[in-house]
Design a binder for this molecule. Structure first.
Ligand SMILES: [Zn+2]
Length: 236
């Protein structure tokens, strides 16, 4: 989706994951396919807006919405919006959440190469309600995070041949379904954050990130010669 953002690039393992994942979702949840949101920019690096992650080609956003039973045009992929699955008060899922959605989320978290799946807290709570008694290992990978009411964020584990890639620390607190684990996400300050006061001073424009600010290995990636590759997800 949103091809104009040019964020449909990723590590070969991410592209391979998406192919396997979409096939699994088609088979197990009966969806015609998935709608893939942001991956990373060509050769990665910090994005000028929108995310702090999505830099190293191992992150992808996937909509909760199934792909329609036809290939969308480029224009439709710019214009279509992702519906929210969470009620206005942020406490529970709405009618957009179906058995298919639950299967889609479960399949994502079950994949062995997946390190984390981020969802809205109301969606995590619903998944716990549906599956929580079983204490599956995948449930621990499903983490509540701000937003994420209209897409999941999938982060893959570090590929075996990337020694500088840092694993994310293991999540404490078991499957994250206990009242205590979820309480923070339904606290007043998370559901109703106080808007920051507009400052009287004009805000300084954000300093552009320079190559020197990035790890040294990034120069090698940026300066590497272009080669024929099938790493990009094909865009129609
Ligand atoms: Zn994301």
């Amino acid at each position: 989706m949103r091809l104009s953002r040019n964020r449909n690039w990723g590590h070969p393992e991410l592209v391979a994951f998406l192919k396997r994942f979409s096939a699994a979702v088609a088979k197990q949840a009966g969806w015609p396919g998935i709608l893939v949101g942001d991956m990373a920019q060509p050769r990665g690096g910090p994005l000028p807006f929108g995310h702090r992650s999505h830099q190293i080609g191992l992150d992808v956003d996937v909509w909760y919405e199934p792909m329609p039973d036809r290939v969308l045009s480029k224009k439709e992929r710019e214009k279509m919006s992702a519906p929210s699955l969470v009620s206005k008060n942020g406490l529970k899922v709405n009618k957009q959440f179906t058995a298919g959605t639950a299967a889609f989320i479960r399949i994502a978290a079950q994949q062995p190469e997946v390190e984390r799946v981020l969802v809205n807290a109301a969606i995590k709570k619903e998944m716990c309600k549906l599956e929580g008694k079983h204490h599956y290992a995948w449930m621990a990978k499903l983490r509540p995070w701000y937003g994420h009411d209209d897409h999941i964020h999938v982060r893959l584990k570090c590929p075996a041949d990337s020694p500088h890639c840092r694993h994310q620390p293991p999540v404490p607190g078991g499957d994250g379904c206990s009242k205590k684990a979820l309480a923070f996400w339904f606290s007043h300050r998370v559901l109703h954050p106080t808007p920051s006061k507009p400052s009287k001073k004009p805000s300084k424009p954000r300093r552009q990130i320079m190559l020197a600010d990035l790890p040294a290995a990034c120069s090698a990636v940026l300066n590497a010669p272009a080669k024929k590759t099938d790493l990009a997800v094909e865009s129609r």
